[in-house]
Design a protein. Sequence first.
Length: 364
Amino acid sequence: WLMSDNMHHQWLLLAACFWVIFMFMVASKFITLTFKDPDGYGARQEPLILTAVTKVEEVHVPEEKHWSEEFQPTGKAFSGNLIRQPLVHMERLELLRNVCRDTALRNLSHTAVSKFVLDRIFVCDKHKILFCQTPKVGNTQWKKVLIVLNGAFSSIEEIPDNIVHDHEKNGLPRLSSFSDSEIKKRLSLYFKFFIVRDPFERLISAFKDKFVHNPRFEPWYRHEIAPGIIRKYRKNRTETKGLQFEDFVRYLGDPNHRWLDVQFGDHIIHWVTYVELCAPCEITYSVIGHHETLEDDAPYILKAAGIDHLVSYPTIPPGITAYNKTKVERYFSGISKRDIRRLYARFEGDFKLFGYREPDFLLN
């Protein structure tokens, strides 16, 4: 009887040991899954490389992996190999990569990494960030964020409106101001981002801002650029009213628009393609934000760059980022299908690269 009782206790003890081991394994797995950062913000690894930077003009990013401490990236998002990056941002980058590989769209998706592109990219060395400016998508607010990060002002609220775009005073260096080797290092290792919005809605915004409302400190849009477009593209020469949206569309859709672009200089940044501004198929961007989802994208970008504890994106007024389909249709309602198709043909790369649908009024 004693032997039987001892064996019974031994079996109970053995079963208890197995149960403890089993529970420990379950708990260990649970802890691993619980504390693994879902956005991939763990230990630093190499950034996800989507496309190699093409050997064009001034800039070629080398394959060298290791730089001095001065150029080590600080953004948290690109550690952990981006395995857990939120799905929407992974899909955007995957779409960009696939369209960049589409040879049928090559002329619309690729551009040289020229001085024009490098002039659009602003640098924050302190936090290893590059921001490519795409006007008419809330870029003023992002420039304020970088101005604070660079230390020119201690808070966004302190920055005077006339300083934001004054590049002599705002403390925002352009990437083009660095030497070739310094440019290559920053393009290779820094956190890089830019913002896009529906291409046609952006053109409407540019037209309204520069030719309708026309800030008094930018008179050249109304008094120099508008007359140049009217002379070339207005059908009814007897009309004396200012630049109309139809004139603007005809100019932008003209395959020979570049002869006017040269005359207008850098003022064209408000309506040229995202491809021409930021070279997204040549430069490996870390994140592409969308104006339509900026309420979600802005906090994500700040966190991805590792600066969310230092600065916040300014409050976005309700509804300001929503796509206004009615407005777009109204502006294009008086434009001929031929002119709209020519305009779309020029901006098709932007539509395809960033997942924007071809407008319904072109399909009908």
